[in-house]
Structure formats: structure tokens, C-alpha cells
Design a protein. Structure first.
Length: 263
């Protein structure tokens, strides 16, 4: 029986180029502007821009205009699409492999002790960073010590952030905005900015923590009816949920590398 040649899946062609693979490797850890990718890869800007365009056209990478500087664009990896395409390719090769390709949410992980410390930062500490803190605490079941703060904290957590989290089964009623200043001398495994403006003023922390940026729009700034604003907060919560389930493996990988042990 003659075996008819099967074309190589487009996603494999897309990610197999060395430059694109390295761009994806960086974006799997943080959102970056093109100049930052250029500096980290030590490649000409036109070359990096060309491959970013290929990844955008393949819908693996998205761009978002910075809320801190409208001249700059942040690039981010679409984790869920990449995972879906990877699982599809694996299933096409063999159904048993495809079944193993689905990501398991890291709620049941044996996280290290003493727990890792993670800090989420935004400007007002009223929505994005508070929601990230609450969701990661829920996901990690106490395996991570989590805090959040703002560069210019407001007086209270936004009511719609509380509502969306409550509907997701996460209690945030005791959350209060906190100033970044109180954490400047503390040690963290990772500091994650969820606001472009907060990234611009993020200080240096002791111990050189992993600095990660997620360029998320501020749902507080959305104009319109209460329903429109509510949907913006729900979208933020969903974006954070996806980001956080992919964050846990990175945190554990970094911990294992640092300690040189199996955890």
C-alpha cells in the first residue's frame, strides 16, 4: 500500500524557523516591545520585525499599543491558540500523543516549600493586580506567597473586580490597595507588572527576581454602560486566568534551576 505524503502542518513551519522560535521563547515568559526583542536577540530590527509579522499573520502573536507610550507596541504570545494547534498536530500524528498534549491546570502541583513569593504590580492596585493576586492564590492552594501593590494606589478595590471574582468563586472582600513602597526591600521569586505604566516605574528589587510583564488594558478606564464595564472586567479575569495557568510551570522551573533539586 502506497503511503501518500502528508503536508507538514503550517504551525510547525511557522515555529521551526530559528528566529521565530527564539521570539516565541521570549514571549512565552513576558510581553516585550520590538526594541527589547531586538536587544535580547542581538539581531537587526528589520529582521525581528519581519518574523514578528509572520507570527502575527499566523495568529500566534498579538500586538497591543502601550498605555504608557502610544508610540510603542507590546507583543504577546497567544498561549491558548498555540496549545490548541500543538495538540491538533500531535493528534494528527497519533491520537494517543494528542491526548497527552492537553495542558493540565496546575492546581494539583506539588509546589515548593517554603513557598515562592510573587508580587503583582499595577498603577492603582484596584483591579488587575488584585485580581491576579486572588486568582493565583486560588490556583496555588497556598503553595505561593502572593502580594500585589500599586505605584499610585487608590483607596479601595474596584466594585466590579470584587463582583467578577465573587462570581468566579474567589473571595476578595478583604483586599485593600497597597503601595509599592512597602515592598521595595523585600525578596521575590517573580515581580509581574500587569500595567504598562507600572512597568515604566518598576524599581529594582533585592535578589534579582524574574521580571515579567503582561500588557493588559485597564478595565477601569472602559467607558459605557455598567454592562459594558462589567464585560471588560470579565475579559480581564479571563486573560489573567490563561496567563496564570501558564505562569505556574515557569515559576516551578525557575525554582528547580535555582535550587538544583527536584521539587
Amino acid at each position: 500500500m502506497v503511503h501518500h505524503l502528508v503536508p507538514v502542518p503550517e504551525v510547525l513551519k511557522l515555529v521551526s524557523h530559528e528566529v521565530r522560535w527564539n521570539v516565541l521563547h521570549l514571549l512565552s515568559r513576558s510581553d516585550y516591545r520590538v526594541q527589547e526583542l531586538v536587544e535580547r536577540l542581538n539581531l537587526p530590527q528589520n529582521l525581528v520585525s519581519y518574523h514578528l509579522k509572520q507570527l502575527r499573520e499566523g495568529h500566534l502573536v498579538h500586538e497591543r499599543r502601550s498605555s504608557a507610550d502610544e508610540r510603542a507596541l507590546y507583543y504577546m504570545l497567544d498561549f491558548e491558540r498555540l496549545l490548541t494547534l500543538y495538540a491538533q498536530v500531535a493528534a494528527d500524528l497519533h491520537p494517543a500523543i494528542g491526548a497527552q498534549a492537553q495542558l493540565q491546570l496546575s492546581r494539583q502541583w506539588d509546589l515548593p516549600k517554603p513557598p515562592l513569593r510573587v508580587l503583582f504590580l499595577c498603577t492603582e492596585n484596584s483591579a488587575r493586580s488584585q485580581m491576579a493576586e486572588a486568582l493565583l492564590r486560588e490556583f496555588s492552594h497556598g503553595g505561593i506567597e502572593i502580594m500585589s501593590a500599586g505605584s499610585l494606589p487608590t483607596r479601595q478595590v474596584h466594585p466590579l473586580a470584587l463582583r467578577v471574582m465573587q462570581e468566579a468563586g474567589v473571595d476578595m472582600r478583604g483586599a485593600v490597595p497597597k503601595s509599592l513602597d512597602r515592598f521595595r526591600q523585600e525578596h521575590f521569586a517573580a515581580v509581574i507588572t500587569v500595567c504598562d505604566r507600572a512597568r515604566e516605574v518598576c524599581p529594582t528589587f533585592p535578589g534579582h527576581p524574574d521580571l515579567i510583564h503582561w500588557s493588559l488594558p485597564d478595565p477601569v478606564l472602559v467607558q459605557g454602560s455598567e454592562e459594558i464595564q462589567y464585560q471588560a472586567f470579565k475579559q480581564t479575569a479571563e486573560q489573567l486566568r490563561v496567563r496564570l495557568q501558564f505562569l505556574l510551570p515557569l515559576l516551578k522551573q525557575a525554582y528547580r534551576a535555582e535550587k538544583g533539586a527536584h521539587v
